[in-house]
Write a protein that binds this ligand. Structure first.
Ligand code: ZN
Length: 143
C-alpha cells in the first residue's frame, strides 16, 4: 500500500491526482518492472471521494460541482451537528475509490479521463491510498 497527501484550497474542489498515481506506478516499475493489473485509488475520508472524469475542459469540473450543490443543498433540516451533511452525501455520490486498469506500467485511462480527489469540506490536507493489484495468480502483493 502506497499513499500520498494533497492540500485542497477551497471548500469544494476536484483536484487532479492522475500524475501522483502515475508516479507511484513508476516507483513500482523501478522496483519490480512494469506493472500489469489494476490500481485501486482510495480516499480514507468521509467528506472527500475519488472519481474519474474529463480533464480537458475545466468547465466540466465546474459544472459537476455546481450541479452537485443543486442536488444536495445545505438543508437546515440535516441533524448531523457538524453541519457538513451535504459534504458527506456528495462524497457518497462520488464514492470512496476508483479501480483503474494498468498495462505496461501505465494507467489505461481514456484520452479525456483524469483521476480526481473530490473535496467537499475543505480546504484541508487529504490522504490518498494507492494499492496496486497485479494480474494473474501467484504474482505476489506487488506495490
Ligand atoms: Zn460531518
Amino acid at each position: 500500500m502506497r499513499q500520498f497527501s494533497v492540500s485542497t484550497t477551497r471548500r469544494e474542489e476536484f483536484l487532479d491526482i492522475t500524475a501522483e498515481v502515475a508516479a507511484i506506478l513508476r516507483d513500482i516499475e523501478r522496483e519490480s518492472g512494469p506493472a500489469e493489473g489494476a490500481v485501486l485509488v482510495y480516499s480514507p475520508h468521509t467528506t472527500a471521494g475519488i472519481t474519474i472524469n474529463e480533464g480537458a475542459d475545466p468547465d466540466v469540473r465546474r459544472d459537476m460541482l455546481a450541479h452537485l450543490a443543486k442536488l444536495v443543498p445545505c438543508d437546515p433540516g440535516f441533524r448531523h451537528a457538524e453541519g457538513n451533511s451535504d459534504a458527506h452525501i456528495k462524497t457518497s455520490l462520488m464514492g470512496p475509490s476508483q479501480l483503474v486498469p494498468v498495462t505496461g506500467g501505465r494507467l489505461k485511462l481514456g484520452t479525456w479521463q483524469k483521476i480526481y480527489c473530490c473535496e467537499f469540506d475543505g480546504p484541508r490536507r487529504r490522504t490518498v491510498l494507492v494499492q496496486f493489484l497485479p494480474s494473474g495468480s501467484g504474482a505476489g502483493e506487488g506495490g
